[in-house]
Design a protein around this ligand. Structure first.
Ligand SMILES: [Zn+2]
Length: 161
C-alpha cells in the first residue's frame, strides 16, 4: 500500500522539504501557522511545496485525544488527519507531544532527522526587466539596468551556496 507522509509544523521548521517526497500531506491549520512564521525559508518551503503540487492540504475532523501533552490546534489537526488514514499514514514530527499522541493511537511516526534532510532550496536572482538570471545577489541588472528580484527554486542535492 502506498504510504502517506504527513508533515507537522515541527517538520517544516526542522527543514523537511516537501519535495523530498513523491507526495506529502499537511493540514490547513499547519499552513496557517507556518505562514505566520518570521522565517522566510519556512514560508518558502511551504509555498514551493504547494505550487509544485507535492504538498497537499488535507483536513479531517478533529478527534478527541486524552493526553497530558499540550497539543496546539495545528498539532491536533495533524494527529486527527493521520488517525483517519492510520493504515497508511506516517507522521514526520519532532514534537514530543505529537509523538506521544501517535504512540497512544497506534499511528506510525518518524522524526525529521530520520529521513535524511537535504537542503534543496536555492535562491536565484532575476532581472525584472530583461529576465537575465544571476547566481548571486546583485542590485541592478548589468544588461538593462532594471531591478533584480529574488526568487527560490528547488534543486536536488546538497546546498552548495
Ligand atoms: Zn535586465
Amino acid at each position: 500500500m502506498k504510504k502517506i507522509i504527513v508533515l507537522d509544523t515541527s517538520a517544516f521548521i526542522a527543514g523537511v522539504e516537501p519535495q523530498t517526497f513523491e507526495e506529502c500531506w499537511t493540514t490547513n491549520k499547519v499552513i496557517e501557522e507556518l505562514r505566520k512564521s518570521i522565517n522566510e525559508n519556512i514560508k518558502l518551503r511551504v509555498e514551493i511545496g504547494i505550487s509544485s503540487g507535492k504538498l497537499k492540504i488535507v483536513d479531517a475532523d478533529d478527534i478527541k485525544i486524552d493526553t497530558n501533552d499540550d497539543l496546539s490546534d495545528a498539532d491536533l489537526s495533524v494527529v486527527s488527519l493521520a488517525y483517519k488514514y492510520k493504515d497508511k499514514a506516517i507522521v514526520v514530527t519532532n514534537d514530543y507531544g505529537i509523538q506521544n499522541a501517535c504512540k497512544r493511537l497506534g499511528i506510525r511516526y518518524i522524526s525529521a532527522g530520520e529521513i535524511g534532510i537535504r537542503k534543496i532550496l536555492k535562491w536565484f536572482y532575476v532581472c525584472s526587466g530583461c529576465g537575465k538570471k544571476f547566481d548571486r545577489k546583485v542590485d541592478i541588472c548589468d544588461v538593462c539596468g532594471s531591478k533584480i528580484k529574488r526568487k527560490a527554486k528547488a534543486v536536488k542535492g546538497v546546498e552548495n551556496a
